[in-house]
Design a protein around this ligand. Structure first.
Ligand SMILES: Nc1ncnc2c1ncn2[C@@H]1O[C@H](COP(=O)(O)OP(=O)(O)OP(=O)(O)O)[C@@H](O)[C@H]1O
Ligand SMILES: [Mg+2]
Length: 271
């Protein structure tokens, strides 16, 4: 069976010279949670922006590769075209309209009802503002307040709630836990896992917190310098010595200093 989302050999260049993405391939199966993880500048945001149509309009080009969604080629779509296909995107910043109330933000999402296609696989569980306020108690308490007053976690909930109202087939969350306190981070991750478990929502989650993502993802891809350097099932990655040492901070047999790590990265010229 082909995957819901397939990215093959994606290459993205900024300003004619910076090859931010250097031939990335990965896939997201329908009904799965997949994590795209890696450190600052690894290329996570560029990758998910290319999928959701949110790359800047100037100074950046997709120079190679294919992106397929539900069997259809989708490279170079505009954001509204991707949204119509059921790709809902929560960006890492600027995810809600600050000058609107919580309720108004959700109304904006609902107004986009043309996005509600009838394709199979769409998550139609959340159809009204009340559905979202029932899901997120914290938002219900602040429904009529301006969104500028929301905390980081509440903004994340509101952005995810707005996406759910568009009956998404794939929910992409960029930096799911950025700037959140550990308890709020856990809540966001658990909520995504619950949406996946109960309603079969397919989720592509982007984060620097490899451990957090692997706690809910079926499959993970670790990016470095625009390349996939590790890929595998959650179990595979969690047991891999290098992943444990370099991304989960679990030391194996001996201490390694910063110099060793740099050397390791140089020696292991991934690909
Ligand atoms: N608009 C831009 N113009 C030029 N270079 C850019 C632009 N946006 C990103 N880059 C470069 O592309 C590379 C990948 O950036 P990207 O934002 O995709 O990484 P990321 O993995 O999302 O990082 P972070 O964890 O900090 O969000 C970086 O080297 C970055 O400097
Ligand atoms: Mg990013």
């Amino acid at each position: 069976m082909t995957a819901l989302l397939e990215v093959e050999g994606l290459e993205v260049v900024y300003g004619h010279v910076i090859r931010a993405i250097q031939g990335i391939s990965f896939s997201v199966g329908e009904g799965k949670i997949v994590g795209l993880v890696g450190l600052n500048g690894a290329g996570k945001t560029t990758t998910v922006r290319a999928i959701s149509g949110f790359l800047p309009t100037e100074n950046v080009r997709i120079t190679d590769g294919r992106i397929r969604f539900a069997g259809q080629s989708i490279a170079r779509l505009r954001p509204y075209q991707a949204a119509r296909l059921g790709i809902a995107f929560v960006p890492e910043r600027d995810k809600v309209f600050d000058t609107l109330t919580v309720r108004e933000n959700l109304e904006v999402a609902l107004t986009a009802t043309t996005l509600r296609g009838d394709e199979p696989g769409r998550c139609r569980r959340y159809r009204s503002i009340k559905d979202i306020l029932d899901l997120f108690e914290a938002l219900a308490r602040r429904a009529d307040q301006l969104s500028v007053f929301l905390s980081g976690g509440e903004r994340q909930m509101l952005a995810i709630g707005a996406c759910l109202l568009t009956a998404p087939r794939l929910l992409i969350v960029d930096e799911a836990s950025l700037g959140l306190a550990p308890i709020m981070r856990r809540q966001v991750l658990d909520m995504l896992a619950q949406l996946n478990r109960e309603f079969g929502l397919t989720v592509l989650i982007v984060d620097q917190d490899v451990g957090g993502v692997l706690s809910i993802a079926d499959h993970g891809y670790i990016l470095e310098n625009g390349r996939v350097v590790f890929a595998g099932s959650r179990e595979h990655l969690l047991q891999h010595g290098d992943v444990k040492e370099f991304y989960l901070g679990q030391k194996e047999d001996r201490e390694r200093g910063y110099r060793d790590v740099k050397q390791y990265r140089r020696v292991r010229r991934w690909h």
